[in-house]
Design a protein around this ligand. Sequence first.
Ligand SMILES: Cc1ncc(COP(=O)(O)O)c(C=O)c1O
Length: 342
Amino acid sequence: MFNLQQLIRENVLNLKPYSSARDEFKGQASVYLDANENPYDTGLNRYPDPHQIELKKKIASIKKVSPENILLGNGSDEPIDLLFRAFCEMGDNVVIPQPTYGMYSVSANINNVTIMDVNLTTQFDVDVEQTLKACNENTKLIFLCSPNNPSGNLLSFNRIEQILNQFNRLVIVDEAYIDFTDSEGFVPLLKHYPNLVVLQTLSKAWGLAAIRLGICFAAKEIIEVLNKIKPPYNISLLSQQVALEALSKEDQKNEWVKQLVAERAWLKAELAKINRVIEVYPSDANFLLVKIHDAANVYQKLVDRGIIVRDRSRVTQCDNCLRITVGTPTQNQILIRELSAL
Ligand SMILES: Cc1ncc(COP(=O)(O)O)c(C=O)c1O
């Protein structure tokens, strides 16, 4: 049985969180002398809403959850770090099937938490048996990235559910690229799985990497724990405003997604025609993983021509692989032209 109380670090369980001026007085007043701000109106002289209520309401209505199921972070990287700080003591461990997004391991290392060795399958799907076998009584978190970075594929829904059913600690499903798929992802399953945490972000499909807005969805009780330890004003007013505006233009996001998914197919077909390309892996994201002869050399030659892709050759199971983000039609054509000419 999943028992959240037993999972929370004792110091976090007993923590009296910082209470900000904005927490202690809620409502409208005519004279604010409570937060040591500069009283002269610059439009930005007041601290922002520490709980980002308006923005959470907007996200909640789009994702069909309650605002209480949402924590917002300074990028998804903040909730990733908060999960370690809330639930992992030194000596605990986490399971991160490889290859995947690098920040889970970096956060584990920063927090002095052990990483258990396990790989995705050769098709980059979760190996349920091996993943569960890698867990022991000190395993607190399993990270699953779907669509996975750097491979690009969605993990199989059914396998993620098997992990959720058989692991009674937290399962984090990182859906940074979910908008590029036809899948609804795991947010609708939050009600069924008290041990599920879903991460999404405005950095990809929504085109807002610069404002750093990561979204963590989970049961209210999990969100309350993360809220206790997050920095009080972790989302700036500017980020909240820009995010609210963008979220009211879902059509624009959908249009970009449509275009990028079409370009992904074009790019995949064109890459497959290039002689030195060995394999273009199936992708549900806005990038393609490409196995290519002498990847390091190709990478350098592209750099020399002003084109930057990501060399993933040193990553587990990604020998001689480049990860290429889908660009605009013009950018993609330039890439194909230069690659063909090498
Ligand atoms: C799988 C995955 N999760 C999270 C992130 C980071 O997202 P954010 O910009 O919200 O920190 C990335 C960025 O590349 C990613 O690939």
